[in-house]
Design a binder for this molecule. Sequence first.
Ligand SMILES: Nc1ncnc2c1ncn2[C@@H]1O[C@H](COP(=O)(O)OP(=O)(O)OP(=O)(O)O)[C@@H](O)[C@H]1O
Ligand SMILES: [Mg+2]
Length: 349
Amino acid sequence: MFGKKDSLLGLDIGSHSIKLVQLNTTSTPPRLMNIGLSQMAGEAFVEGRVNRSELVGRSIQQLANHLKIKEKAAASSISGYEVMIKKIDMPSMTEEELGTRMQGELGQYIPYNIDEVDVDYQILDLSKDRPNFMEVLLVAAKKESVSEYASIVRGGGLEPVVVDVDFFALSNAFEAAYGINNEDSIALLDIGASKAIMNIVLRGVPIFTRGISIGGAQITERIRDQFDLSHEEAERVKLGESSLKLSPAELEDIFVSTVRKWLAEFKRAVDFYYSNFPDHRIAKVYLSGGSCRIAGLDQAFRDHMNLDVEIFNPLKQVEYDDKVFDPDYIDYVGPQTAIAFGLALRKAN
Ligand SMILES: Nc1ncnc2c1ncn2[C@@H]1O[C@H](COP(=O)(O)OP(=O)(O)OP(=O)(O)O)[C@@H](O)[C@H]1O
Ligand SMILES: [Mg+2]
């Protein structure tokens, strides 16, 4: 039943907004129990990084109170920017053998003092053409980053039971909501305010991850500077919520030229992927994150990349009580809550 100890709150702490998702994962598809989002306090983040953790904590607390959330156990994620993800070739061996070998050889693969990092690894089933080899995905996060993050969550009155990595939360969300594509790889791209994360998934396995420094704040800042507005007013202008009369042509130009840069960055990341995985064609791109709502963004990606592009809404398949949650609201927030949704799927270990 809901409230079972193993159901965790999915908490995505973004530089622009906090997202909280609570699911009952004992039913298939999962059932939505609670969802909400609130704007991050100004100054809490500077240039995409936590600046004042007490403000972040307060914002978490306010959102949890507003949603009347009683559970404390949460899964949140550090950014892929703060972890090292590396794919290494190994001779074929069992998971147990790999464990032993890793203990001895870890220092070889990780550019940090191994006492200072938490390491996780997963065998990838990709080298079918080379039967004596296997590929291993190594993930190393500095213990300091993880514990700083955990203390922010505690500052919000919640218990950080799981600290995941945003890349993996995104691909878990996708797999749970849309299933596994068994032939080609797919590219997931979550565009937030200060960053975008790209995760290319092949047969359910994240094989290529990359942070891309693009995001919606770039547009807000250009509007702010060009029209000499406050950040808040510029954000309202961007969302079409301001009553100011500004030149539509100038605004259009800000959107178009910024998005053009995003496309160039994305293409560069995709080219880099292809230089590593020439045999695994990308079948489709799925966009999520608040900035994927920019009108016409999916079409711009489609035209520029010559690829099939779709907005990823993880809430498309979940069950929920439509007397509690307005279906229009669920459709609207879904893509922005992709990472929080992936986190809410996590179980307490
Ligand atoms: N309708 C819209 N049109 C354009 N931009 C939008 C719209 N709705 C939200 N955004 C933008 O989406 C961004 C917020 O998205 P999101 O919540 O995914 O970011 P975040 O997770 O807080 O940021 P980050 O992950 O980069 O720290 C903001 O820049 C916001 O202006
Ligand atoms: Mg985000």
